[in-house]
Write a protein that binds this ligand. Structure first.
Ligand code: A2H
Length: 252
């Protein structure tokens, strides 16, 4: 961990009932995958949510009797940030393996789809954020590469019980970046000939190229801030989601 605190936005991605498997024990409660993002203004382009299959997650009781699914490490931090029912304490309702929460139907705030799914991603670190990563393949090279792997590899889907329908989502153009266009992550993955989500070095290069340019020169092309710069839209979208109860502030 670095010295500077990282300020994330937790996006509350709702698990749609009826709950199956071990989640059925939580019937009647609102369950959310709590995804940590630095790019709140990109939530208009969500096509799925990523989970580490081998990761250890928990279902935790939060304020308003909501349930968050995330890493226990992040829940320990959340307990000191006013998100749980008692300061410094948290209640774990279930231990969950990543594989148990794949293929869930979800409703993601601001996404243009009625339902998206939780899918496997191998490069998730359980030591940062919540271990839950919301997927915006238009602007995040890692997300595009991982979604493309699932689309192109039936064996990978079968291994995790993912159907073709769960990955049948087109990239949504949401931000125009000079020279990189409206689906910058796709463009860079092609230019750098990134073959899969395992191409770590090339993905790091793609990320650094899209990230800074997107923030400073990107212009929103969807939503209420269409025509405005990303740097302007970001805090506004964030505030809106927090006020609507669809997101929360999270530091680590
Ligand atoms: B970002 P930093 Cl559109 N493991 O959100 C791997 N990646 C993780 C993670 C974890 N445990 N937790 C969060 N992340 C991702 C959107 C996005 C993101 C876009 C473009 C770039 C981007 C949609 N995915 O991040 O290491 C999350 O993906 C590029 C840096 O803490 C989160 O923001 O700086 C970002 O990495 C946090 O990365």
């Amino acid at each position: 961990e670095g010295v500077d605190p990282q300020e994330y936005t937790l996006i509350k991605i709702q698990v749609l009932p009826p709950y199956k498997g071990r989640l059925a024990e939580l019937d009647g409660k609102n369950i959310f995958l709590a995804a940590a993002t630095l790019r709140t203004e990109t939530m208009y382009g969500q096509t799925n949510c990523f989970i580490l299959p081998e990761g250890n997650y928990g279902a935790f009781l939060m304020k308003n009797d909501e349930v968050f699914i995330c890493s226990e490490r992040s829940m320990k931090n959340m307990a000191y940030q006013g998100l749980t029912q008692a300061h410094g304490e948290y209640t774990k309702l279930l231990d969950l393996k990543g594989t148990e929460i794949l293929g869930l139907p979800l409703k993601a705030p601001l996404a243009p789809f009625d339902v998206v799914y939780s899918l496997p991603m191998m490069s998730i670190s359980m030591n940062k954020g919540t271990g839950v990563v919301t997927s915006v393949p238009s602007d995040a090279p890692d997300d595009y590469a991982a979604l493309r792997d699932l689309k192109n590899k039936p064996a990978l889907r079968e291994k995790y019980g993912i159907t073709e329908e769960m990955v049948n989502y087109e990239v949504v153009p949401i931000i125009d970046i000079p020279e990189l266009g409206t689906t910058a992550a796709v463009r860079l993955c092609e230019e750098l000939k990134i073959n899969s989500q395992n191409d770590k070095k090339l993905l790091a290069e793609a990320k650094s190229r899209v990230y800074l340019k997107g923030f400073h020169e990107g212009v929103m092309i969807v939503g209420p801030y269409a025509g405005q710069k990303v740097s302007v839209a970001k805090p506004l979208v964030r505030q809106e989601l927090i006020q609507a109860g669809q997101a929360a502030v999270y530091y680590e």
